[in-house]
Every structure is written in structure tokens, then in C-alpha cells.
Ligand binder design. Sequence first.
Ligand code: PGA
Length: 252
Amino acid sequence: MRKNIVAGNWKMNKTLNEGIELAKELNDILSKNKPNCDVVIGTPFIHLAEVTKIVDKNIIGVSAQNCADKASGAYTGEVSAAMVKSTGADYVILGHSERRAYYGETDEILKNKVDLALENDLTPIFCIGEVLEERESEKHFDVVKSQIENGLFHLSSDEFSKIVLAYEPVWAIGTGKTASPEQAQEMHAFIRKTLAEKYGEEVADNTSILYGGSCKPSNAKELFANPDVDGGLIGGASLNAKDFHGIIVAFD
Ligand code: PGA
């Protein structure tokens, strides 16, 4: 059966020391109160090697927020999937809407990143989601479907079974505006149907599909209660151990 996952995305927040403090605090809380779901924290690159040493791997997985679309070489400022893996991290967030919008990440680039992540034994948390205008013009299903097809459908079903998906409606990210539980369930069910058509029911049933966008302790439970919502990708509320834990306990 698919896993329930609560993953934090710290984005470009926290100095190294602040990040270490947050990871320690979260590790302490979760060591005393074992979570009923998988927990992942997505830190900036420079935190990875330290944070993987601090957290208990059996309780908290560590994720990068990006990796390069090339394996190695003369790409100044880039960080490869192999480098991410060498820090002890096991996940990488790919295709976040901020990467797509501000750093020009196309489906073609993301395809390469996904391949390199899998080759290096990292679990991609692959983000998809429509902007407000696309939802208002009722193109949201088409947009999400094409992001999945173009970024992931070149994978074999064995490869695909290693992917975690995160549906993040762009209009809900950092805006305080959350998708309603009905809107989330409707899209997650559509995504699972899209996966079933390509890879079959079993692969689709086993794929974790997270919701992201202004998820917080007060709304996590009703979002995660939906049959096709398998947890969340959490931005703002992952920057504080209490709030993040308040979301994790939605699975208690
Ligand atoms: P948010 O961000 O929880 O701050 O809305 C979610 C995300 O971008 O992953």
C-alpha cells in the first residue's frame, strides 16, 4: 500500500545554524512521539550534510529542493543528484512551481532531472499544479495531465513506482488560500486515474500523491482525510517545529 508522507519544503529560509536547530527540535519531538506517517524535510543544499547527521533516519528523511539536469562537469553553481545523494539525503523535490516560474524549468529539463535523481537512488517528489488563470478557465486538469505526461511518462513502470507526486495549485502556495478538501480530492483522483491509464491500477494505487499549498495544522486533517490525498508538501508551516508537528499528527 502507498505511504502517507508529510514533507517540509524550507525553500530559501534558515541559515545553517537555524536549520540545524530546527532539525534537532523536530527530531526530538518525533523521537518522543513516533509519527504515523513518513516525515521528510527539504532543506537548502548547504544544510543537507549536517542535517542528515542530526536526524534519526528511521524517523526523518532528508530532501534537497532541486538538483542539476546534468550529471557533472563545467556547470558553475550547480549541484548534481550524485552530490545530493553523497550527503546522505534520500529525496529531491523537483519541478516546484517556483523553479518552473522563476528559473525557467521546462518539462524537458525536469525529465533529465528525474532521470538523474533515479539513477542516483534519490526519490523524486515531483510537483505539478495549475496557476489561478488556468483553473478559472477550466484548464487545470489538462495542465496537470500534461505536466505529468511530459515530465514522467517516459519512465518504465518500475521507475515510476519510485516517484512521489505533489499536487500544488500555484494559487494556494504561500497565499493562505487553501484548496478545499473537495478540490484537492477531485484533482488527486484525476491524477490517480491518469496514472492508472498509463501504468495500471496497481502502480496508481501505490503512488503517494501529496497536497501542497497553505497546508497548516488547522486544515491538514480534513485535507488528508480524503481517500486520494496521501499527505502534504508543506512550505511556511514547516519552518517551525510545532506547526510542522501539528500537521504530522493529522495522521494520528
Ligand atoms: P506553502 O508552500 O505551504 O507555504 O503554501 C507549499 C510549497 O510551496 O511547497
